[in-house]
Design a protein around this ligand. Structure first.
Ligand code: FES
Length: 185
């Protein structure tokens, strides 16, 4: 003969998920009772812990970039700025971002699995915005039909005589960062 466990204090209380009394529960549930309120409490606690740790990691990461940028600025170095997840840009497509200041519009193009090229979008002729023409390996300026080589930023057609300003890139933990600029002679 089996006996139904009796629970008299709230600490011992184990409520079956269907809410029916213990004598209506299957035997296995009486043999292996689960303290559901406690179980949910632990699950909630773990989830909260996960959220706090994730947020903390994010804040520390951002703080580190701010400190790095402050130190770089003091040394006269360009800032480090996150552009996007590296794999968020499909091969053959591009993404516009600003660097190093909010009014400096740049464009990054992904040409291969690990191949990214980024430039200031301002044409070196009369400052129109150049647009990537990945299929032809170039940036095109629609204002006066100028062209720049995609892999180098060097002018290859039309009136521009100077190269596009190149944005130096780094991939850190799967994120694409702008870390400096370079102007070819
Ligand atoms: S402004 Fe780009 S070619 Fe003239």
């Amino acid at each position: 003969m089996t006996t139904t466990p009796t629970r008299t204090t709230p600490d011992q209380l184990s409520i079956p998920p269907d809410g029916r009394p213990y004598h209506d529960q299957p035997q296995w549930r009486n043999d292996f009772p689960i303290d559901w309120p406690q179980d949910e409490l632990v699950a909630r606690r773990d989830f909260t812990k996960f959220l706090v740790l994730t947020s903390l990691a994010f804040v520390v990461g951002q703080l580190w970039i701010v400190i790095q940028n402050f130190a770089r600025k003091r040394k006269g170095k360009p800032p480090v700025r996150r552009i996007a997840r590296a794999d968020a840009i499909a091969v053959g497509s591009s993404l516009v971002f600003d660097y190093p200041e909010a009014h400096d519009i740049c464009v990054v193009v992904r040409t291969g699995a690990q191949q990214y090229f980024a430039y200031n979008q301002k044409c070196t002729h009369l400052s129109c915005a150049v647009v990537p023409d990945v299929a032809n390996g170039r940036f095109h300026c629609p204002c006066h039909n100028g062209s720049f080589e995609l892999a180098t930023g060097v002018p290859i057609a039309g009136p521009p005589r100077r190269s596009l300003e190149r944005i130096l890139l780094e991939i850190r933990d799967g994120d694409l960062y702008a870390v400096g600029t370079e102007v070819r002679a």
